[in-house]
Design a protein around this ligand. Structure first.
Ligand SMILES: Nc1ncnc2c1ncn2[C@@H]1O[C@H](COP(=O)(O)OP(=O)(O)OP(=O)(O)O)[C@@H](O)[C@H]1O
Ligand SMILES: Nc1nc2c(ncn2[C@@H]2O[C@H](COP(=O)(O)O)[C@@H](O)[C@H]2O)c(=O)[nH]1
Length: 207
């Protein structure tokens, strides 16, 4: 049986660049043994977003059915919509030995922390709050009322940073990618994780 993969959780305020950084990571790392877990949401797709690629776009009724049938690793209400991580895909992928990358908000991340304490929890920060607002505005996907709601939420989220293992500033996308890759590489070298592999080998030899 393969050694179970590592769960990597990336959070950070809306508009900080989580999606941009994650896409750059996956673009540059085609050979890596890690995959992105596509979330489910009740919000409507933005222009260019594709069902099953960016999110599973579902009705509130469908989303609540998933919750009721224990289909979610975690879920949260964010501003006006539900977001959650389908459980089955995460479990199957970790069992196959691949790392799984979640890009989720803080309340969901804390639920994951409870269930998977061995995960690696990374908080992506903006260089400052004014550039955060500029990034949300620049994306042009939210009206001014939603932008204000997301900024209020951003301040609450930044206060939660202390619950994470690592803080990574997203000043430049390529630098943020490098920092996250370095974290993942180091986490793979933790003695506890390496020892798990050796214990299996030792067990086989001693049989
Ligand atoms: N390092 C950066 N410097 C300047 N602009 C950036 C940087 N990273 C991302 N951006 C821009 O900021 C905007 C928001 O980025 P993105 O949509 O990736 O954020 P997000 O954290 O995934 O947001 P949400 O949580 O709302 O989905 C985009 O227009 C993106 O191009
Ligand atoms: N708890 C979860 N949060 C999630 C999940 N997927 C995305 N998100 C976060 O929601 C906000 C808003 O996203 P947007 O795409 O509408 O801008 C953002 O912080 C995402 O990271 C999830 O599965 N669970």
């Amino acid at each position: 049986m393969a050694t179970r993969g590592m769960l990597i959780v990336l959070s950070g305020p809306s508009g900080v660049g989580k999606g941009t950084v994650r896409k750059a990571m996956f673009r540059d790392n085609k050979k890596r043994d890690f995959v992105y877990s596509v979330s489910m949401t009740t919000r409507k797709p933005r222009p260019g977003e594709v069902d099953g690629v960016d999110y599973y776009f579902r009705s509130e009724q469908e989303f609540k059915h998933e919750i009721a049938t224990d289909g979610m690793l975690e879920y949260a209400q964010y501003v006006d919509h539900y977001y959650g991580t389908p459980l089955k895909y995460v479990n199957q992928t970790l069992d196959s030995g691949k790392d799984v990358f979640l890009e989720i908000e803080v309340n969901g991340a804390m639920q994951v922390r409870e269930k998977c304490p061995d995960g690696v929890f990374i908080f992506l920060t903006p260089p400052d709050l004014s550039s955060l607002k500029e990034r949300i505005k620049g994306r042009g996907s939210e009206d001014s009322q939603t932008i204000n709601k997301r900024m209020v939420k951003a301040v609450e989220e930044i206060k939660m940073m202390q619950q994470y293992d690592y803080a990574v500033v997203n000043d430049r996308v390529f630098l943020a990618v490098k920092r996250i890759e370095n974290i993942i590489e180091s986490e793979h070298l933790r003695v506890k994780r390496v020892m798990t592999q050796y214990e299996k080998m030792i067990g086989a030899v001693e049989k």
